[in-house]
Design a protein around this ligand. Structure first.
Ligand code: NAD
Length: 455
């Protein structure tokens, strides 16, 4: 265990003892990274610092004319964390909580996600600080076009490739493609962005890819017999926070696999039906009323209460930091599948681990989206379209391989910790997150060393 990781873990224990959890996303990702690198051998200090630092951070500020002729200034970010494995890849989100630090933390998470799924991209993330619910479609289009123009050649098919994320969708990606294409005429620009509509070179299977990835990863772990008291998804009771692109897809796919979806939610609240929700009715209600709350035949609870429902599998598919030191003790799921990015905090990790609740981490469980984005990028470069069966076959192969890597790395991690003679080292949580992160860092470190330090 190196000096920095010891200090980081002690700092966390002190903060927990004081009842205060540091929820700064950059601090959380750095602390997890430090803990993981203590188990990666052969890395020089300088290389550890390099792998933990964003390669490039762009901050832009731009005016947009609103529908009422007023002008508003928007703030946007694009962070490229790593280019070791290939061009940057990561979502663009439109949300009031977008900050430079949160984008940096999420970009780093994308680096580990790509490394683990073995797709040849580095991590990136970007966003605009805004509340899409208060913007018209025309205003959103102008925000998108101006933001992409500001980013200029810092995005591109071989430099940094955006994708959908919170409150951005296929339409947003179509505007991104169109803006970039207008600025770079006379060449095939389709691979500049993924998650596009099919007619613009989008891939079959992209919309439900992240939810499907959650399913494939959960099925793999369950089939390996590593989730106590859960032998299959058939009859499993599932609760999902969020009912957007990821949450709604996960709900339908887990239901098709035999699970009962007890509850789902959105930003307005959560709905429950103890005998299993009728998802078709919930989806129809959401289209008409812009929320699932009030779906006939369901009772309404809060998002906080939803997280604490007794169930077999809890799938957080909304925002980060939802399961934290303040509520983890009350979580009563057997398994948490992280569909969202960073929904469980480090303090919660320790509490869940002590309670025997297993967590399939975001860098593995929510890697389906970036994996099918990679397939879209490959199809765009070749001007091809793959069949849906082919997409599903390749997605399941990659996520099963990534799951097996994590399963195998945790076995070794446990053996390493058991044989450690370092009494001063604080206890390492040998959970799936730590194993996944170590495996991803080892892959990136290997490639960095093979490429060599320039010059
Ligand atoms: P989305 O915008 O389509 O849906 C977000 C959902 O979260 C909506 O149902 C919204 O109502 C709900 N929500 C918002 N605030 C909430 C709150 N306070 N409490 C409960 N629910 C709330 O976004 P998405 O694409 O489904 O992404 C969801 C999460 O998954 C994000 O964390 C995102 O970063 C992550 N993710 C998305 C993808 C992808 O391919 N879209 C890939 C990997 C990870």
């Amino acid at each position: 265990m190196n000096e920095q990781s010891t200090a980081g873990a002690q700092e966390e224990l002190r903060a927990q003892a004081a009842g205060a959890e540091n929820l700064d996303p950059r601090e959380i990702s750095s602390r997890r990274f430090r803990e993981a690198t203590a188990h990666v051998s052969g890395l020089k200090r300088g290389l550890i610092d390099f792998l933990n630092s964003p390669k490039r951070t762009i901050e832009v500020c731009f005016p947009v004319q609103m529908d009422d002729n007023s002008v508003r200034t928007f703030q946007g970010y694009r962070v490229l964390h790593s280019r070791v494995l290939g061009p940057g890849k990561g979502g663009i989100r439109y949300h009031p909580t977008v900050t430079r630090e949160s984008m940096a933390a999420l970009a780093e998470l994308m680096t580990w996600k790509c490394a683990l799924a073995d797709v040849p991209f580095g991590g990136a993330k970007g966003g605009v600080v805004c509340d899409t619910k208060s913007l018209s479609e025309a205003e959103l289009r102008r925000v998108t076009r101006r933001f992409i123009t500001e980013l200029g050649d810092d995005i591109g098919p071989h430099t940094d490739i955006p994708a959908p994320d919170l409150y951005t969708n296929q339409q947003t990606m179509a505007w991104i493609y169109d803006t970039y294409d207008v600025l770079h005429p006379g060449r095939n620009n389709r691979a500049v962005v993924t998650g596009k509509p099919l007619a613009l070179g989008g891939s079959l299977g992209r919309e439900d890819a992240t939810g499907r990835g959650c399913l494939y990863v959960a099925e793999r772990f369950i089939a390996r017999g590593v989730i106590p008291e859960l032998s299959s998804l058939d009859g499993a009771r599932v609760v999902i926070q969020g009912f957007g692109e990821v949450g709604a897809a996960a709900a339908q796919l887990f239901q098709m696999a035999g699970a009962h979806i007890l509850a789902v939610s959105d930003s307005q609240g959560a709905i429950v039906d103890d005998s299993g929700l009728d998802l078709g009715t919930a989806l129809e209600h959401k289209v008409v009323h812009e929320t699932v709350v009030g779906t006939p035949g369901t009772r309404t609870i809060t998002n906080e209460d939803l997280l604490e429902l007794e169930c077999d599998i809890l799938i957080p598919a909304a925002l980060g930091g939802q399961i934290h030191g303040g509520n983890a003790e009350r979580i009563s799921a057997r398994l948490i599948v992280e569909a969202a990015n960073s929904p469980v905090t480090p303090a919660a990790d320790r509490i869940l681990h002590a309670k025997g609740i297993q967590v399939l981490p975001d860098i593995l469980a929510s890697a389906g989206g970036v994996t099918v984005s990679f397939f879209e990028w490959v199809q765009n470069a070749a001007n091809e379209r793959w069949e849906l069966d082919e997409i599903h076959r390749q997605l399941s192969r990659r996520l099963h391989d990534a799951s097996d890597t994590v399963l195998e790395r945790r076995e070794r991690l446990r053996a390493e910790v058991a044989s450690s003679t370092d009494d001063a080292a604080p206890e390492t949580i040998t959970d799936w997150r730590m194993a996944a992160l170590i495996a991803a860092i080892e892959r990136l470190a290997r490639v960095s060393l093979q490429r060599g330090i320039w010059p």
